[in-house]
Design a protein around this ligand. Structure first.
Ligand SMILES: [Zn+2]
Length: 409
């Protein structure tokens, strides 16, 4: 008979032992008071009162122990785009061990994102390819000149990078793609590139250049809308009718998925509360962290999670939308604390309030608690914010760029 891990614990030396926290593992359902033991970069045991020696012991009393967060919408092409942050640094600060960069690179700049950002990073990064061949270099609308649309290049870039590039991105706002036939042709190009490459498409909305039902009608099952709770015009939520547009519910039933992408302009208390009250939660809770929102109003993924907690979503459901849901969408072996999994772990402390939380319209709400990343481990190795430091500021100020009405990326 093979002894259980718990029974053999006294003789099991752990590299890392996280003690006394409340473990939320959405791959196993529910939350439970337990210790987590790590050996050789993998989860070795999850059980109450694990005994045994450990090289490092972390006291997680009063905190939540969750899988390393998977942020489904960020911008981490530091040094090559005005938006870019440094992935490992925001990972260490925010409990995030995997990221989806949403279109910072286009066909001509994906190779650089891969070589200079994704390959050297400790955190795991996947990247959507922008249908604009240059990607997001400045804050100028990248598709105002339709010659930047690049179906063939996008397909070739994805084909050469299947392991890191799961899809296509378009920022579908009037100030970015223009209006009328020019805008419509840009969305057509993005759908066509995704179709030819056999991948899904993420569509950013807000000041959307055509009615949302017309946009949704052209998307395919598995395609994703981001900025779903945007308070800007051309969004999904109808405040007067106290719900989402009928076409939005129909799109969900047809397999379209919905991401948050808080960012600088794309999260409002009222739109969020209206959608949640109407039974329309997001599929993914993501930050859209970039240079223009990391110092507020988004701050970090735990800050965004806290806002959903305040709005009444159970913490277990929020954690699932920041871990197992995006991990599955990205085909990542992540978002779980099952024995044998890579030990990507976030210890989220609960800071007692009162704390002030702000949305993208400047409306503040005060609450009695806030989630903060106390410890972040990637494959059992600590991402230490004290060692890594804050993301290095670029010499270019966002405000010195010609700003657009919709400042989210
Ligand atoms: Zn973005």
């Amino acid at each position: 008979m093979t002894p259980s891990l718990e029974a053999s614990a006294p003789s099991t030396p752990f590299d890392l032992l996280i003690r006394g926290g409340t473990v939320i593992d959405p791959s196993a359902n529910g939350s439970v008071r337990a210790d987590v033991g790590v050996v050789d970069g993998r989860i070795a045991a999850v059980a109450p009162d694990l005994a045994g020696k450990a090289t490092e012991v972390v006291d997680a009393g009063g905190a939540y122990v969750v899988p390393g967060l998977v942020d489904f919408h960020v911008h981490v092409y530091w040094g090559a785009t005005v938006w870019g942050l440094e992935a490992d640094k925001i990972g260490a600060a925010g409990g995030t061990t995997a990221f989806l960069d949403t279109g910072s690179a286009g066909a001509i700049s994906l190779a650089g994102l891969r070589r200079y950002v994704i390959e050297p990073a400790s955190t795991r990064i996947r990247a959507l390819v922008n249908i604009c061949t240059a990607g997001l270099v400045t804050t100028l609308g990248e598709l105002r000149d339709p010659r930047y649309l690049d179906i063939d290049g996008t397909v070739r870039a994805i084909d050469a990078n299947r392991d890191i590039a799961p899809g296509v991105k378009i920022r579908y706002s009037e100030n970015i793609v223009g209006a009328g036939a020019q805008a419509s042709a840009a969305l057509d190009a993005a759908v066509e590139a995704a179709e030819q490459a056999g991948v899904w498409l993420m569509v950013h909305i807000g000041y959307t250049p055509e009615p949302i039902p017309d946009v949704l009608a052209r998307l395919r099952p598995g395609d994703v809308i981001t900025h779903s709770y945007s308070p800007l015009a051309g969004g999904l939520v109808d405040l007067k009718a106290r719900g989402v547009l009928p076409a939005v519910s129909a799109a969900r039933a047809a397999g379209i998925e919905f991401d948050i992408g808080h960012g600088k302009s794309s999260f409002g208390w009222e739109t969020a509360q209206t959608a949640l009250d109407a039974g329309f939660p997001p599929d993914f809770v993501s930050s859209d962290l970039h240079r223009g929102c990391v110092h507020g109003p988004a701050f970090s993924l735990p800050n965004v999670m806290t806002k959903f907690w305040l709005l009444g979503m159970p913490l277990e459901e929020i954690v699932a939308r920041c871990t197992i849901a995006p991990a599955r969408k990205l085909g990542l072996d992540a978002g779980t604390l099952q024995v044998g999994a890579e030990a990507d772990i976030a210890v989220l402390a609960v800071e007692e309030g009162p704390v002030t939380l702000v949305d993208c319209t400047g409306v503040e709400r005060t609450w009695d608690r806030e989630l903060r990343a106390a410890h972040t481990f990637r494959a059992g190795v600590r991402l230490d914010p004290k060692v890594l430091g804050p993301s290095e500021e670029l010499p270019v100020e966002l405000s010195s760029q010609p700003m657009t009405r919709d400042a989210d990326a």
